[in-house]
Design a protein around this ligand. Structure first.
Ligand code: ATR
Length: 271
């Protein structure tokens, strides 16, 4: 059995061990996946000793994604754009970092839910870590345009600047009213946690719009409820993204792609 784990603080809530156990069972891979609560002060030593002991790979969650990025010697293009990593592994004595969150949301939208991104107008709400991770992959789908709205405009500007070599993001704050309607609207803010909805004008939803909340829960999130009230054609939560980003990590480590559909269904029934 090769050892894998997710590292964060807190970590008790993490569904990653269950997801990877289901992947391992389904694919017959010799994967033993655990979770570890590790403080910021202990993070570097933990990672280095995990791999020195022969560990196969780590997933990294809050608040260590930026530290994981900094610790690695080699980075995928998406980790470089996100400036954050959720997946680590060793190759030829070097620590590699990827960010599979973006691939996860793209696969959930496109493969699982049939949402076309190519040639579409994509709107991302928020400019924090979650938005960065998603945008790193969304810009590679050949959209017509990618618009970012954020409460703190300076943060959107910093994001635009970091992405400028790869893609010209359009950025606005929520008060801006001349943004044309968008085909896919992704809530990458943390506002659902507080039961609130980003102050987006309903006129930004195109007629056949898909609204996606990167959060998920037993009940529809406030943003999903808002999207339904404003006649979005498809309204989705982030459970599929969670499983897809895990599948991308599993694929990086093991070279085998698990079937995500039964795992998403299993997790859905447990919410
Ligand atoms: P994460 O890593 O989850 O993205 P984050 O980096 O703290 O967390 O980013 C949270 C995002 O939610 C930010 O875009 C934040 O907007 P600001 O940059 O203006 O802070 C957004 N957000 C959180 N609470 C908000 C609120 N009450 N109104 C509008 N945006 C909010």
């Amino acid at each position: 059995m090769t050892q894998y784990a997710v590292v964060g603080d807190p970590i008790a809530h993490s569904k990653s061990p269950q997801i990877h156990a289901l992947f391992a069972e389904q694919t017959g891979q010799a994967v033993d996946y655990n979770k570890h609560q590790v403080s910021a002060a202990e993070f570097k030593d933990f990672v280095l000793s995990f791999f020195a002991d022969g560990g196969g790979g780590l997933n990294i969650t809050l608040p260590h994604k930026e530290a994981a990025f900094s610790l690695a010697q080699q980075h995928s293009s998406q980790a470089l754009l996100a400036k954050a990593a959720n997946t680590l592994w060793m190759d030829n004595g070097e620590l590699w970092a990827d960010n599979t969150d973006g691939k996860g949301i793209v696969r959930d939208l496109h493969k699982n839910n049939g949402i076309e991104l190519k040639g579409k107008r994509l709107l991302v709400l928020g400019a924090g870590g979650a938005a960065r991770g998603a945008l790193a992959a969304l810009i590679e789908t050949s959209p017509a345009s990618v618009i970012v709205l954020n409460r703190t405009f300076s943060r959107a500007r910093a994001l635009q600047s970091d992405f400028s070599d790869a893609y010209l993001l359009e950025i606005y704050d929520y008060n801006h009213s001349d943004v044309q309607p968008c085909d896919v609207v992704i809530n990458a803010t943390s506002m659902s946690i507080g039961g609130a909805v980003p102050p987006v004008l309903p006129s930004l939803l195109a007629d056949d719009c898909c609204c996606y909340d990167m959060m998920y829960g037993k009940e529809p999130t406030p943003f999903m409820q808002w999207a339904r009230d404003n006649n979005a054609r498809q309204v989705l939560d982030g459970l599929g993204m969670l499983v897809e980003q895990a599948a991308e990590s599993f694929f990086l480590w093991r070279g085998v792609r698990p079937d995500t559909a039964p795992v998403i269904s299993a997790l859905r029934t447990q919410l």
